[in-house]
Design a protein around this ligand. Structure first.
Ligand SMILES: C[S@@+](CC[C@H](N)C(=O)[O-])C[C@H]1O[C@@H](n2cnc3c(N)ncnc32)[C@H](O)[C@@H]1O
Length: 221
């Protein structure tokens, strides 16, 4: 599929898939979306505690890098697993401007390390942040009560409806520890119904700039 690097409205880059007319992040602002959906409405619930996170779609590593920066700022221990079947190529990673846009030049080596580190192995990125990049299809996930938080960042329902199915959300539910949380940028009724069907309690929150709503789902037990 033909891919191009484009700038989103907050100045941060993303990858655009021409055939699907789908981007790795919101066109309204990749960094803004990541901070709002995954940090403000996800990670911040666990402030002060060690947290284990699974990301559905490691992609460009933006969410992982922003989460790392939070862990430094908040002095929080984070165990991060990024699941990805189609790793982004090294030259595309070089085209992403996240380090400068986030004002994180002192951590440029960390962004590089996240991409260069070995797949399918736990890597100590620094003493408080470990990263496991799992080269795996989402339908192969079979973790059990392992994660506190899931960043559900698959491509949209319009292009990959099968990833927003009860089959996948059942796996997510199983992977979460009791009282675990899943956050996603999506806000479609059909997605909410699948989440509820597998046992999640779902709430609608205000979305990031350019999107009205988003979902947060709890594994309440
Ligand atoms: C919206 S992008 C993720 C963006 C990423 N979170 C970031 O910060 O750059 C969705 C990702 O899911 C991956 N993907 C698509 N279908 C998949 C599947 N069936 N199994 C595993 N990964 C898949 C894509 O390669 C892509 O990297």
């Amino acid at each position: 599929m033909k891919r191009e690097i484009i700038k989103t409205l907050d100045g941060s880059t993303t990858i655009h898939l021409q055939e699907w007319d789908e981007c790795y992040h919101s066109k309204h602002g990749a960094i803004q979306e990541a901070k709002h959906v995954f940090i403000k409405n996800g990670l911040s619930l666990f402030e002060g505690n060690p947290v284990s996170i699974m990301e559905i779609g490691f992609g460009t590593g933006l969410n992982a890098f922003i989460t790392f920066l939070e862990s430094i700022q908040k002095n929080q221990v984070i165990d991060y697993v990024g699941v990805e079947a189609y790793p982004v190529e090294a030259d595309e990673v070089l085209g992403m401007n996240y380090v400068t846009e986030l004002g994180a030049l002192e951590f440029e080596n960390i962004f590089e390390k996240m991409h260069k580190c070995e797949w399918n192995k736990k890597n100590e990125i620094c003493s408080s942040f470990s990263l496991t990049k799992r080269k795996q299809f989402f339908h192969e996930i079979d973790d059990f009560e392992t994660f506190d938080l899931i960043y559900f960042d698959a491509f949209g329902y319009r292009v990959q409806p099968e990833l927003w199915s009860t089959e996948i959300f059942r796996k997510m539910y199983k992977s979460l520890k009791p009282n675990g949380v899943l956050v996603t940028y999506a806000a479609r009724g059909v997605v909410k119904r699948s989440m509820i069907e597998v046992g999640f309690t779902v709430e609608k929150l205000a979305g990031p700039p350019g999107k009205r709503e988003m979902f947060r789902a709890f594994k309440k037990v």
